[in-house]
Design a protein around this ligand. Sequence first.
Ligand code: B12
Ligand code: SF4
Length: 344
Amino acid sequence: MTTEHLPARIADHPTVRKVASRERRKPGVIDADWLRQVCLDAGADDVAFASVDNPDLASEREHVDAALPGTRSYISLVVKMNRDNVRSTARSVANQEFHRSGEIMNEAAHRITRALQDAGHRAINPSMSFPMEMDRFPGRIWVVAHKPVAVASGLGVMGIHRNVIHPRFGNFILLGTVLVDAPVTSYGEPLDYSPCLECKLCVAACPVGAIKKNGDFDFVACSVHNYREFMGGFTDWAQTIADSEDAADFRSRVSDSENASMWQSLSFKANYKAAYCLAVCPAGEEVIEPYLDDRKGFMDLVLKPLQAKKETLYVLPNSAAKEHAERRFPHKQVKVVDSGISGR
Ligand code: B12
Ligand code: SF4
């Protein structure tokens, strides 16, 4: 490296002299086999790549280019979850599984980004889920949508419940995406079939009817219940404090258990109220056998305990979710709440 064009003060600096004297690496196209091994060694259970020029991912481009100007490739990552943890009626068990698998994903993505940086590339690892860009809330708060990237890379297809189903691991996966500034020698192709069996167990399991038989998804119903202790639900809880006349009035509106649960979400990590759609899904080569052997037995073991669980379901007033919850699950308490989001 020549330093004649630099001012003497910079050219003579010890760092500059050291760097100028060493051989310069010019990072180019990334070898797909090398990168795949880096990702597996970092803790991913599967990986595939997509180009930013992929037309299926056109809607992601402006977002990833804002986060990492000059993004050329997506590295799509899969981390497996332990199935029976996700299926458990003990919410703490299932939530611990989501949180721990998410940490594994974030750690793997961080290691991959470091390996790419050490190889001379610019790369970032947006989070698996939270933290997100809350200054944009309630708009698009995520930096990159992991699902369409995974689908375009060939790691799976979205089932009726709109989660990506991996052909082997089923839907017991979390997704991640690393963005990098270079092309990769080969990119994945979408699968030529969907692992979804269209069995509709996810439709039967969702306590607030968010998943429709035709594949429509009522994301407001899902987020009002499942995300009760996240953004909008937290705001509604805070509003209830503000609206209460005194402690007795507040405690008549919010139970001790609900307050303790909110404390737990704020102190540890936010708790999902359900994820039953993932829990019951029998799709995927590693998952399907018990369902094929005995479909009724599978439902008794996996679907029925979640349907039978006594719990509180959170719904908006006059919503389809309220009607569904009261009709299908009369043994569950249905609580009408505010979305905590202006205009909704
Ligand atoms: C926003 C979001 C949600 C929202 C909306 C879900 C959705 N379908 O988009 C809510 C809060 C409801 C949600 C719930 C859950 N999520 Co989520 N979620 C995301 C997030 C941040 C972006 C999703 C996305 O790409 N949406 C856009 C497009 C691609 O999704 P879509 O299905 O095609 O379209 C829907 C949305 O656009 C939605 N919609 C339309 N307008 C708007 C506006 C706003 C403001 C919102 C929020 C949504 C929304 O309605 C469309 C119709 O279905 C990703 C993390 C990430 N950074 O990618 C995780 C992610 C999709 N979630 C995940 C999981 C696991 C869940 C839950 C199981 C959480 C839990 N543990 O209980 C549930 C499952 C609900 C379900 N059946 O989909 C995983 C899915 C893994 C997989 N196998 O595919 C992801 C990829 C996180 C991860 N890193 O693994 N999630
Ligand atoms: S539960 Fe059945 S219908 Fe729902 S996504 Fe899984 S395989 Fe498809």
